[in-house]
Write a protein of this length. Structure first.
Ligand SMILES: [Zn+2]
Length: 353
């Protein structure tokens, strides 16, 4: 029978200084033991005295797009890159599970050097990617390693990374509520929910054919002051100065927000918003987190400006003064006459018996 190794077994093994080679070859690892093993391998790969690649965990050797094919392949197949490939798979799965992607839609990229990025492949569902599906590209989008072809929308990710040097990771997907706002060309209103105010800074880019340099240019023109861009008639792209999970969180926050705003706008009551003072407090937190926002330094009266917000759908509650009948009066003489005729008929039939 195969031996099952739990996280405790593994911890004990490592505590006793035993190598992982002492595990039986056919041992089965529990999921948490597998996680621990990954962390251990990861830590080991960081202790090899290798050089640091900006924006990424340590890599075995500093490489650039000009490095030799052999060095690029070694870099691409290193433990450090493997970890990032697993992160891309994980984020892809979360995008798919939340229905933020459809078909082969959506793409993700992580900067792995001054002029290198790791990205997802084209024509693969983001929910079912494997580490070996990932691609290495230079900042012009030329593929340097990986057997699958890189995403056709990589130019937009790379243009963001070039225009915003703090962007270490980018995520693009089509979450339905946020994309609905992008299709309607409606900028989500502000001053309603703290998470959105603190972590998101949203702008809308005009429509261009996906994958074209023009599309990337229009998006990247906005990334100086915004970390989440609604792409008109298409979807959303976000960037993070922390890591790929943080770029993905921008999607969760935006999508939850658009959904909530849509619900609130249908309840037949004007929505309540924060005061400029309350927003100021949130912006202070935002600034301390290093998140961009075009509102820093604005006057209080300009902070909660929702000029562009036009809730398109409201509850069709009849206006009492104009269309609702006062108690005891006829709403519609014709309908009233019809009701009377039916009542008379029923009464006459009842008396026939
Ligand atoms: Zn897309």
């Amino acid at each position: 029978m195969k031996q099952i190794i739990s996280v405790r077994d593994l911890e004990e093994l490592l505590r006793n200084g035993k190598g992982l080679s002492s595990l039986p070859g056919d041992a089965l690892l529990t999921p948490s033991a597998r996680d621990l093993l990954r962390e251990h391998e990861w830590a080991a790969s960081q202790n090899t005295g290798s050089q640091h690649v900006p924006g990424t965990p340590n890599a075995p050797k500093a490489v650039s797009s000009k490095s030799s094919k052999v060095d690029l392949e070694a870099f691409f197949n290193s433990a450090a890159l493997h970890e990032l490939k697993l992160q891309l798979c994980d984020i892809g799965r979360r995008l798919w599970q939340r229905a933020y992607v459809d078909g082969n839609g959506g793409n993700i990229a992580i900067k792995v050097g001054d002029d290198l990025a790791l990205c997802t492949p084209t024509l693969v569902s983001k929910g079912f990617m494997r580490p070996e599906d990932m691609c290495l590209v230079d900042l012009e989008g030329n593929q340097l390693a990986g057997t699958r072809k890189r995403t056709s929308e990589i130019l937009m990710h790379l243009q963001i990374m070039k225009r915003q040097p703090r962007a270490v990771a980018t995520v693009h997907c089509h979450p339905p509520y946020a994309t609905g706002f992008a299709v309607a060309g409606v900028q989500p209103p502000t001053c309603m929910i703290p998470e959105y105010e603190v972590f998101s800074s949203v702008a809308i880019a005009p429509y261009r054919t996906p994958g074209t340099p023009e599309m990337g240019k229009l998006v990247s023109d906005l990334v100086d002051k915004h970390n989440t861009i609604l792409m008109a008639n298409h979807g959303v792209v976000s960037w993070s100065h922390n890591n790929v999970e943080d770029a993905y969180f921008k999607m969760e926050i935006l999508e939850a927000y658009c959904r909530t705003v849509l619900v609130a706008s249908q309840l037949g009551k004007p929505v309540n918003t924060m005061t400029p003072d309350q927003l100021k407090d949130l912006l202070k937190i935002k600034q301390s987190l290093g998140i961009p926002d075009p509102r820093y330094g604005l006057k209080e009266c300009e902070l909660c400006d929702n000029e562009g917000w036009r809730p398109g759908v409201t509850c069709a509650v009849p206006n009492r003064e104009t269309s609702a009948p006062a108690a005891g009066t006829a709403a519609d003489p014709q309908a009233e006459a019809l009701v009377q005729a039916i009542t008379d008929q029923i009464m006459s039939r009842a008396s026939d018996r």
